[in-house]
Design a protein. Structure first.
Length: 178
């Protein structure tokens, strides 16, 4: 066994250079976030999207835009990740320009996220904290996937679920750090 099996922690500059190189070589998925109300979740969505080099975030029926908590939680990712805000009607006008929509939602036909081959080019759709993905948008999706849960809760925080789904997509399609 090597005397230093885990290596040294990377400096911020080295980590940033590595991340920039990976992000420049491939685009991650687009995210559609529907009716997200909590500024903490919105800020965290930016951070998670940046971590996987997502192309952009589309917010649908999401009200807070210039909120101090969102700016603080998202850190610099708010300025780096392209994002737009749409009404439901406005989103329906642009949906045909997006890669296939994959809903992260428990439905009567949803598939286990970890047993599903996710499309390389995709738009991952997540729904609001209370109602999930609006039916009008759910009908536009080509497939629904869910995260298997074994506790007594029936759902998890939207930003946490998004992170899990994005990293499963990354595991299937990402270039890795190797």
């Amino acid at each position: 066994m090597s005397p230093d099996p885990v290596g040294n922690q990377l400096s911020s500059a080295a980590l940033h250079a590595r991340q920039q190189q990976i992000a420049a070589s491939w685009p991650g998925p687009t995210i559609v976030a529907v009716a997200i109300r909590n500024p903490v979740n919105i800020g965290t969505i930016f951070r998670v999207a940046d971590a996987v080099a997502c192309r952009r975030i589309i917010f649908v029926e999401t009200a807070p835009r210039n909120n101090r908590r969102i700016r603080r939680i998202s850190r610099a990712t708010l300025a780096r990740i392209p994002h737009t805000y749409y009404s439901l009607a406005g989103f329906q006008e642009v949906v045909d320009t997006l890669p296939p929509l994959v809903a992260l939602e428990i439905t009567s036909r949803s598939q286990d996220l970890f047993e599903t081959e996710l499309p390389r080019e995709m738009t991952l759709v997540v729904g609001g904290e209370r109602e999930g993905i609006a039916d009008e948008i759910l009908r536009l999706c080509t497939v629904a996937v869910h995260i298997p849960m074994f506790g007594i809760n029936s759902s998890m925080n939207v930003a946490t679920a998004l992170g899990i789904a994005l990293y499963e997509w990354y595991r299937q399609h990402g270039p890795g750090y190797g």
